[in-house]
Design a protein around this ligand. Sequence first.
Ligand SMILES: [Zn+2]
Ligand SMILES: [Zn+2]
Length: 754
Amino acid sequence: MKSWSSEFQILRASGKLDQAHQILQDNISNLINEDYLAYGDACASIFAWDLIVALGDSTSRDARSYPLWIRYRYAQGRIRSVADLVIWPLDTLNEIDTIHPELRLIDCATDLNLTLGEERWAAASTAAATILELLETYSDQEYPFFSQIRSHSFLQIIPLAARHAVNPTTAALLREILSADILEPGVFEVATLYAWLFAPDESWDHRLQRAAAKADPFLHFVPSFLRCYLPNILALSSEDIQQIREIDEVLPGLRLPARFGLKRKYVSAPSIATSAGTTFSFTSISGASTISGNSHLIRLGSSLLLLDLGLNVNIPPAQAYQGIKANLLAALSDGKPDINRLHAILISHAHTDHIGLLPLLYRDSDLAMINTSAGSKPNIRIMANDPTRELAAVMLKDSANLHRRSAEPPFTEVDVTGVLRAIDPFPEDGQLDSFRDRGRIETWHAGHILGSQMLLLEHQDVRILFTGDINTVAQATVDPVLCPPGPIDVLIMEHTYGSESGHIQLSREEQESAFVQAVDRVLRRGGTIVVPAFAVGRAQEILCLLSEHAQNNADLFYEIYLDGLARSITAAYDYHIDETTLRYQAARKWLDRRLTVISTDDEREQFLESVQDRPSVIVASSGMLKTGSASHFYARSLAGDAANAIFLTGYMAEDSEAALIYSANKQDALDQLGIDVRCEVQHFHFTAHAPRLGLLNFVHELEPRTIILVHGDANRSQKDPASVYNILRNEGFDIHLGQESITATYRNGRLVIA
Ligand SMILES: [Zn+2]
Ligand SMILES: [Zn+2]
């Protein structure tokens, strides 16, 4: 029996829109569930939205045709898209509220009205309407504008509009909108807009440079923008370099020539910290000298904050938790352990090695986390942004599910739901309740996976930047890390690829093209490819590459399938599509027509039958072919045929199933897993972490006074003369390799290890 959603997808994919629509109508109530990500129908609800849009331009502007879950998003106070509310007439919103008072759309609109002000509101409405018309007029795509509205905030529509605006009249109109002062644009939006407007015939980099030179009123933000968006500056021509030197003269803050190897010896600037006493200390609870299971305790003034609470996946969760708990209590205690002294847990992103122990903390009654009088919230505040919370929901519920069969599960779905409820977003004004004396928090785009953020903490005169995991290189799904402006006193930075040895140093582009070429080769010989991929980020990156390859090779028609945890994660990416790259958005939209999501055993069997006749690619988690996972099933089923291929796409542990299947001696796979590997097996080294040179550049830009390296191999870094650690130390940086349970105190502008 197929679920209604897969039936819906099949009808939709085969162009039977009327029937698909009927199914949707019959099942619309299934889309309401607030907790939709926990269910397999998440993809369907997202596709449903596209379908509704596809079904009629005449109705899609009418809010009544929006699926209910979209409106729930507003009801939850998550208005990110100004455009959506701006373009709906207030009486329409009122009307919806009459039917669904719980949505309170009018309240949302009123809030917006207050923020924008009466006049700005009117102007914004006009501008939004104008932009919509422009998009309608100039777009040659099928139904681009409404999907843009869905996925873009009002401000993000403008650059898109500008791109569509092929004639000077439109460009002039957009300039007018911009100068009408109805917007409070962010860095990205205005710089992009200027880039588009000023030199539409030139290359992207040139346009950015011109944008920097011409956007006088925005000089204050252009530097930080450019610093991050020219990550591949080393590849520029000498003519480019000349232009960049010119920019540097106008905007010395950029210090771009430093990136061309004009090395400067780091000179320690005087500390801005005026207080002589202790204002900051750092204690690693876990994961400072290894890559897994991250958690660090910092003290800022009188506040104690925990950065991440990750699981070391090599240790059973309950045991890992006991270790972390002991370290945490020891670090908190000045005599008597007291968890209540911890003010907040701040989460950088949703990978297991950063969130995996949250449900165990929630469950731990020893630590008196549960405030029984006030319900089931922990006393401690946990903060994460929306995408991270949603990815965490999918990941943690999946692990709870896996543990269900064990005799003593380390945590259950109840713990997961409990801890998820306790997660608040970061405060918009940056003020942390627990921070007295001008304590603030800001989050900065980390470029690692969807939702990944760096955390910038300020207390009195001290500024601390915790990178979480970062990437300085553009990935298909997320833009590279965005540097905050300095000065930074203490940088707590990951260095996964901090040493030179042991890593293949192909550039991202080289990896991508090697992968695509291999895909092309296997498909042309009629083989089917299994791509085991980590569910978060990697699977979506691969889908993007496949989408682009399939579009560029229309002669080679092949099916793309998705299975495993990656399905719900891809749905979460869809839900926050506006935070992914334009590249991914385009690929994802195209995939709507080509991607088949597999959810049931019947569908898996059907898939195996269908691949006999036509080449296909199946992307499935887990990335390391864990026994019992979807990818393992496909690898096992297809490995016997020499025409097929298994393309591994990232890190694999030494004793993993992936390593066995990849090993030169395929007898191992047969002996230990019972898999007879006759197909081609290749390993592509995709990563979401910054390369060594990227980390060095990042530090050179930030010029922090003190650096603590975490999330890397401390031993290897110490020995390798070309490691980030040794290079920066030789350049004169005050740099420390994080170790388990060290405490470091910041005094008079230097870090003193206790
Ligand atoms: Zn990560
Ligand atoms: Zn990590």
